[in-house]
Structures are given as structure tokens and as C-alpha cells.
Design a protein around this ligand. Structure first.
Ligand code: E4P
Length: 229
């Protein structure tokens, strides 16, 4: 689930559909979670042994490593989110490699192409986060990128898993699942849309009414004295 909102996360955890949580500084800010440590610790406690991705907030590679170590000390289920390049286009692969060698799981984020996923995997990332909506923003087909990365990971037996994020429509979720995403990180507002259907409600209404009618029939038969068969 793509959210820092612990109430939403708890709600959907109880429904049994949450395998982990991803956050980023923009999500935290939008949801009014200004104290990242407090927000992350709260999520980690809720999630038990399921992963919670927390993103670094610096361009400097040494600082990324420092932040990653601090995040990882908050809870054993923290996964450190490292962008594949910083905002100047400088490689963050060394950070991914260093943290991975220290036993800290890395979710490489902001991936928009097959090749970025390839190098992040080679550097040791546990997760490669392909941003479907942003791939589409650039006029490319996210399903093609996801499918190609999945084939390549499977062909060479790499353990990295694909997280598809940047979900903008319900259809993005179906497309990502069918293209081979291991994990889809879904913003909470999409979950009721995936679940509910007008005609399902109508169908259940029909069954409930007919169930009630059957009970009424039994009651009538008893009342007529011929319900003891
Ligand atoms: C996922 O890990 C990302 O944090 C998130 O999905 C980015 O989504 P956006 O492109 O809508 O900002």
C-alpha cells in the first residue's frame, strides 16, 4: 500500500490485503506526517514483519548511506528507498550496493526504464520500483517496461522483486498485475474502487431476499401444521 496514513493502513491490514507499505517524502508531507521517524515507527509497528519503505531526502551519497543506516535502526522491517540517480543524474548505485552489503534492504525508487531496473538489480536492490504513472507521463507503456524487467529477472534468476508504484487509475493496477509485477503499491482511495460493484450489491440483495422468503415459507408451513416432515 502506498501511504503513510496509519489509520488507512490499519483498516486495510484488517482486510488481509496489505503485504507491505511504501512511503515517500511527498506522501508523508501530503498526509501531514512531518516527523518521518515517528510516522515510520508507527507504520513498522503496525506492519509486524512486513516491509515498510522509507525514502532518503538528500542528494549526497554519504548522507544517503547515513540516513539509510538510521532508518534501518528504527525497526527490522524498514526498507530504505534510494533513487536510482539523484536530482543531478549522479549514480546512486554505490549507495544501493553499500547498504545491501551491510544487510540493509534497499528499494530502488523512481525507476522509469528497463535499464535503470537492470543496473539497480545488479547493484543488489531487494526491490525495483517502477513508476507506472510517470512512465506513462513520458509517453511510454509501463506494461512493456514491467514485462521486460520481469522476464529478465526470471531468465537470470535474480532475487529482486518488482514493485509497481505511481498508480493513477484502477486499470493501472490490473495492467501491472498482468504484466508481471511482484508487488503493486496502491494508494488507499483505489482499494474501495477495486472492491465494490453496483451489480454485486444487487446480486447479494437478491440472494438475501430469497433467503428471507425461504424462511417465510418454512414459517408458513409450520403455521399450517405441515412443517414437521
Ligand atoms: C511508490 O513507491 C511511489 O512512492 C509513488 O507511487 C509515486 O507515485 P506518484 O508518481 O504518483 O508520485
Amino acid at each position: 500500500m502506498d501511504s503513510g496514513d496509519s489509520r488507512e493502513v490499519e483498516k486495510w491490514l484488517q482486510q488481509g490485503v496489505v503485504d507491505g507499505v511504501t512511503t515517500n517524502p511527498s506522501i508523508m508531507l501530503k498526509e501531514g506526517i512531518y516527523d518521518m521517524e515517528d510516522g515510520a515507527r508507527r507504520l513498522c509497528a503496525l506492519l509486524g514483519d512486513r516491509p515498510v519503505s522509507v525514502e532518503v531526502t538528500t542528494n549526497d551519497q554519504e548522507d544517503m548511506i547515513r540516513q539509510g543506516r538510521v532508518f534501518a535502526s528504527w525497526a527490522p522491517n524498514v526498507v530504505v528507498k534510494i533513487p536510482v540517480v539523484n536530482e543531478f543524474g549522479e549514480s546512486c548505485l554505490g549507495v544501493i550496493s553499500a547498504l545491501t552489503h551491510e544487510g540493509i534492504r534497499v528499494n530502488t525508487t523512481a525507476i522509469l526504464s528497463f535499464n535503470q531496473a537492470l543496473v539497480a538489480t545488479k547493484a543488489g536492490a531487494t526491490y525495483v520500483s517502477i513508476f507506472a504513472g510517470r512512465v506513462a507521463d513520458e509517453g511510454n507503456d509501463p506494461a512493456v517496461v514491467i514485462r521486460n524487467v520481469r522476464h529478465w529477472l526470471d531468465d537470470w534468476d535474480y532475487p529482486a522483486e518488482i514493485i509497481v508504484g505511481s498508480i493513477r487509475t484502477v486499470m493501472d493496477i490490473q495492467n501491472a498485475a498482468l504484466a508481471g509485477a511482484h508487488i503493486i503499491t496502491i494508494p488507499p482511495p483505489f482499494l474501495p474502487k477495486m472492491l465494490d460493484h453496483r451489480y454485486t450489491r444487487e446480486t447479494v440483495r437478491q440472494f438475501n431476499r430469497d433467503g428471507e422468503k425461504a424462511l417465510e415459507q418454512i414459517a408458513e408451513m409450520h403455521a399450517r401444521g405441515n412443517g414437521d416432515s
